[in-house]
Write a protein of this length. Structure first.
Length: 439
């Protein structure tokens, strides 16, 4: 005899919501066998009830509060976005003893603590695997598979739009503007791409990853962020000459000082990545996350990071887990925040740098530039210099590319400010970090 059905309410009927509803309906028998009880769709919350939504009209409602409060709803799947009204709906569901599955990265990066506390108080589940990298399983390995290990670093490409743009720039030599236009035409970029190209989306995901990996509450406001809008075709040409690619990376790291003090760093920025690093070859709209742990070593997770079907796959995985817990009387992992590590400022983070500048073509320029790096204790690893010509082919200065050894962000920032004040330096074209190399 089958167990009592598990009632499900889905909030949102966009690409992901539509796919989740389809899977629930078309895979009912398989899902029941895996869960131990049938899933029954009780209702679908939408902003506008219409007859042309591709689902039975009687399932649709614009009264979200009433839907999540129904006694026959056990699990609420939130796929509405943005932060509000999603937060209000999730809080209402948790307070009424409903387990929640969400793909809302912005909300989880901002309100994890509040939602986790509500779930704990009600003794229900809060799952959010789909909030970070679509179909790629990252949250569950961090919370369960590596629960007995110590994570040192999590670094990844977690935004498909920016990775598509940067891949196009690398492959074709296109400008940022041209690659963005292509991404928009193909549907990879939103009408307003700001959240993607300025790094806000990746920063929200970095906050979630850092919170889980280092047992410390990290919000999006704690994440240092730079976007890709200033990356140029010239930067890609220089990167290729250096044996690198350029990727927008989300990096979460546990730092240990010489005195044994632990801190957390979470940051998002475009960086040069050596071609022999696994993230350098992740192209198109794909995502990848590399996790480094003390005992397990390096683990890599790769796949589709966005889209209706891939994201729905992650949502359904969470839904099955939450439903199993309802049937068996168990609960999933709770929020782990025991470490309460301080957040390191970006100025204290050491890494390598690439500095591209235009200078006057005259004797002594290179020594003047090198002197500023030395004065601020930033060691130079490599220098490339080439002449420049104007549209008429006349000499008009030179371009210098400097690659440094590891230095703190504060030291490099001071160096760049000093360089900009030199009479021989005409422009600082770009400053990018280099990741994936320890030298």
């Amino acid at each position: 005899m089958s167990e009592k059905p598990i009632g499900v309410a889905v909030l949102g009927l966009g690409n992901v919501g539509t796919e989740v509803v389809r899977i629930i309906e078309e895979s009912a028998a398989d899902l029941e066998a895996r869960i131990g009880a049938p899933l029954q769709l009780r209702g679908i919350g939408v902003r506008r009830v219409a007859k042309d939504r591709g689902v039975p009209e009687e399932l649709l409602t614009d009264d979200i509060e009433k839907l999540v409060s129904r006694d026959d709803v056990d699990i609420v799947v939130e796929l509405m976005g943005p932060v509000e009204p999603a937060r209000k709906a999730i809080m209402a569901a948790l307070e009424r003893g409903k387990s929640v599955v969400t793909a809302n990265k912005a909300l989880m990066a901002q309100s994890t603590g509040e939602l986790a506390q509500a779930a704990e108080k009600a003794r229900v589940d809060l799952y959010f695997e789909a909030a970070v990298a679509g179909a790629i399983p990252v949250i569950r390995p961090l919370t369960q598979s590596l629960a007995g290990d110590s994570v040192v670093r999590v670094a990844g490409i977690v935004n498909g739009t920016t990775n598509y743009i940067l891949s196009a720039m690398n492959d074709t030599g296109a400008s940022y503007e041209s690659a963005l236009a292509d991404a928009s035409a193909l549907g990879y970029a939103e009408a307003d791409p700001t959240a993607d190209v300025e790094g806000y989306d990746a920063a929200a995901k970095a906050a979630i990853l850092a919170s889980i990996a280092f047992h410390t509450r990290v919000t999006a406001d704690d994440v240092y962020r730079e976007g890709i809008t200033k990356v140029s075709a010239e930067d890609f040409a220089s990167a290729k000459a250096l044996g690198c690619n350029i990727k927008l990376l989300a990096i979460c790291e546990r730092l240990v000082s010489g005195k044994g003090k632990h801190r957390v760093s979470a940051r998002v920025y475009p960086a040069l990545v050596p071609l022999d690093h696994p993230l350098a070859s992740v192209n198109g709209a794909f995502n990848a996350v590399v996790v480094e742990a003390e005992a397990a070593g390096r683990l890599m997770f790769y796949g589709q990071g966005a889209g209706g079907a891939p994201t729905a796959s992650a949502v359904m995985g969470d839904l099955v887990m939450a439903a199993r817990n309802r049937v068996q009387g168990g609960r999933g992992p709770r929020e782990s925040k025991y470490a309460k590590l301080p957040i390191a400022s970006i100025g204290a983070i050491p890494t390598r740098y690439y500095v591209n500048m235009n200078v006057k073509d005259q004797p002594g320029v290179l020594s003047a530039v090198a002197a500023e790096f030395s004065r601020h204790e930033v060691s130079i690893a490599e220098v490339r210099q080439e002449g420049m010509t104007d549209p008429e082919g006349e000499p008009c200065g030179a371009r210098i590319v400097v690659v440094t050894h590891r230095a703190t962000d504060a030291a490099l920032s001071d160096t760049v400010k000093a360089l900009a004040e030199l009479d021989v330096v005409q422009d600082i074209n770009s400053v990018l970090r280099m990741e994936g190399s320890d030298s």
